[in-house]
Design a protein around this ligand. Structure first.
Ligand SMILES: *Cc1c(COP(=O)(O)O)cnc(C)c1O
Length: 367
């Protein structure tokens, strides 16, 4: 029997290859590789996908999208950015790349998202931004963060690397804060064939500032009016992403249907991560919490089912971030989740039968 893999981009590529190959050929023959019509159109189309009344700025990766967003907001050394340690490392490395200091908020163990009850106590005079992570495709209640920060001069940057197409009510993840950032790393809900990322804002001034930051701070030719970096989205990735963006809603629907199938077929003793209130979950990942997780994962692997761990190490306890001064016990819920979470295979092309097989194997391992 075939292994059930955690991710397989080739299944999707086989279905789209005519269109993708044509897009790649179109770019290669256009004479334009950097910041041309494909990037411009993809920016417009992605803004349309999000809600149609903001600006998108294409960048080189999801990490860079966060760096560009924070730099455009003027955040740097001496500033504090409140985020979580239950995320991908890039959320934190992006904050550090600007020179700012990450301040970690613990998470709600049911949703795995930033615990908004704790957020208020972490706000100081130095807090310049709150950076919630819409982990797994679940959505943090950003309007409530607004209520908590009230009229203080604090910005909200949403890390939507895992939340393309997720919503609270009818509001898309990424459109509720000051800036929303996206990654198009190949495994994400919308994946490039390499690295790519995007910033979204409803504020045109901020949009212009992000355009300057992504290219050396240039304005009207090669003259820097502020400090910037090089973080351009390239024409090839933009052209490929345009082909896939047309199907993104369909892909998110497929993920949701597969997640629903998992929910139905797993026995009640398997604890699921709970969606937030009124959340339309985009299911970048389907995560369960199991006791003795490493044994369960090894057992599944021996039965031909690959599972992954997002994330095995809390960032505040990693060697690189020890200098921030956190220790074991600083973020008890975050630390506990690292011991129990298990991500089951989930991508749009995964057949129903594969989900059924994962469920029966997992139910059996846990019985
Ligand atoms: C993937 C990811 C990123 C980084 O995106 P890259 O495109 O890999 O740089 C940032 N934050 C989260 C939560 C992610 O999952």
């Amino acid at each position: 029997m075939n292994r059930v893999r955690i991710f397989d981009y080739l299944q999707q590529y086989r279905k789209l290859s005519d269109e993708i190959d044509a897009a790649v050929r179109r770019v290669l023959r256009s004479g334009k590789l950097i910041l041309g019509p494909e990037v411009r159109q993809f920016e417009e189309e992605f803004a349309q996908f999000l809600n149609g009344n903001g600006t998108c700025v294409g960048v080189n990766s999801g990490t860079d999208a966060l760096v560009v967003a924070l730099m455009a907001l003027g955040i740097g050394a001496g500033d504090e950015v409140v985020t979580v340690a239950n995320t991908a490392v890039p959320t934190v490395s992006a904050i550090r790349a600007t020179g700012a200091t990450p301040v970690f908020c613990d998470v709600d163990p049911r949703t795995c998202l930033m615990d908004l009850h704790e957020l208020e106590q972490l706000i100081t005079e130095r807090t310049r931004a709150v950076l919630p992570v819409h982990l797994f495709g679940n959505v943090v209640d950003v309007p409530s963060i607004r209520d908590i920060i009230q009229r203080r001069d604090i910005r909200i940057v949403e890390d939507c690397a895992q939340a393309h197409g997720a919503k609270i009510g009818d509001r898309m993840a990424g459109t509720m804060g000051d800036i929303g950032t996206f990654s198009f790393y190949p495994t994400k809900n919308l994946g490039a064939y390499g690295d790519a990322g995007m910033c979204y804002t409803a504020n045109p001034t901020l949009g212009e500032e992000m355009r300057r930051v992504r290219m050396y701070g240039f304005e009207n030719g090669p003259r820097s009016v502020r400090e910037g970096i090089n973080s351009r989205l390239d024409e090839l990735q933009a052209a490929i992403l345009r082909v896939k963006l047309k199907r993104l809603s369909e892909y998110v629907a497929a993920r949701r249907a597969l997640a629903e199938r998992y929910t139905q077929n797993l026995t009640t003793c398997v604890e699921r991560v709970v969606a937030g209130d009124r959340v339309h979950h985009a299911y970048h990942l389907f995560v369960v919490k199991v006791p003795d997780r490493d044994r369960v994962r090894a057992e599944l692997s021996s039965r031909g089912v690959d599972a992954a761990i997002h994330y095995p190490h809390p960032i505040h306890l990693m060697p690189a971030y020890r200098f921030l001064g956190y220790r074991q016990g600083s973020l008890p819920h975050t630390e506990a989740l690292c011991e129990s979470v298990l991500s089951l295979p989930l991508y749009p092309e995964l057949p129903d039968e594969a989900v059924d097989r994962v469920c029966s194997e997992l139910n059996d391992v846990l019985s």
